[in-house]
Design a protein around this ligand. Sequence first.
Ligand code: PMP
Length: 359
Amino acid sequence: MNRIYNFSPGPAILPVPVLEEASRGVLEINGSGMSVLEVSHRGKHFEAIHADARDRLLRVLGLSPDDYYALFLQGGASLQFAMVPMNLLGPGQTADYVNTGEWSSKALKEAKKIGAVNVAASSEDSRFSCIPTQLNLTPGAAYLHITTNNTIAGTEWPELPAGNGAPLVADASSDIFARDIDYSKFDLLYAGAQKNAGPAGVTLVVVRKSLVEKSSDSLPTILSYKTLAKGDSLFNTPPAFCIYVVGLVLKWIEEQGGVKVIEKRNREKAGLIYAALDAHLDVYDPAVTVKADRSIMNVTFRLRDTEKEAAFLAGAKERKLDGLKGHRLVGGFRASIYNAFPAEGCQALAEYIQDFARG
Ligand code: PMP
């Protein structure tokens, strides 16, 4: 297998040991004589896979199964943009949203269709190049919604907002398991799996049990956290293969030493690339100027001479550095370096950034 350095933002690189084990599971799972793709979602083989993934998910986040449900849902993080307000934003209530990027904007657009929304802060005026520091919070808000890492802009919350006692809800699609933060500060956390957690097709939802109790009773059954939690994500046929791979990724995270070790690596990896960019500010224009707000998952930058963009990408490809084109909405470049992305690839990109600048 001749693997390239794949900097794509999601679906994204997975750990090689996970791919190897998953490929064995595709042929046969647990001596069952069946592929993991073939076993019943109500049978003992999937039951064990599901329980293992669910337990590991909470354990890796340092959360107790007494306090939280760990759900594996479908519809992507995008469905959670709607499900969160449908379940948690009741009549007469207001939800606070912080707008830190394209995905936050989409989340709050959906919430506005359901109920009253207050934009507590926005960094849109600065092209989402920083995280707002002042929040204008609603007393008694239904919840406060943030996007912990902004995949397109390349920013992350350096610290979680203090809030005003309202439940904290977060879209952690692009940095779940990347940082050793106190996950118990979140009342609801959701993440499309296809960056740090596994294949596209499953969404992780970790939600405080007491919040589920308060959620709306009048929703279509499949959109209700209550139903999904009570049915242990098995209200309908779950994305069984995706859950299996998420379990393998979580096992890999635990084998690495957990999120503490992963975060240290991530900081070192991102540091290599940012240092190379910062050393050549005459050539590069890092998109995020507030250093504390720079994402350790998605490094975004432009060339000061935009005419050279195609040459930059072509040269990168020659060195097997792929997937560096920035999001179509913002252009420029983006190196997505999720947990499974190897340090050598970051080193290779840092060297290329330096060599390209030197001409
Ligand atoms: N939120 C964030 C922060 C994302 O990066 C993405 C996908 N790139 C989404 C939400 C949308 O996720 P999905 O495609 O799973 O709906």
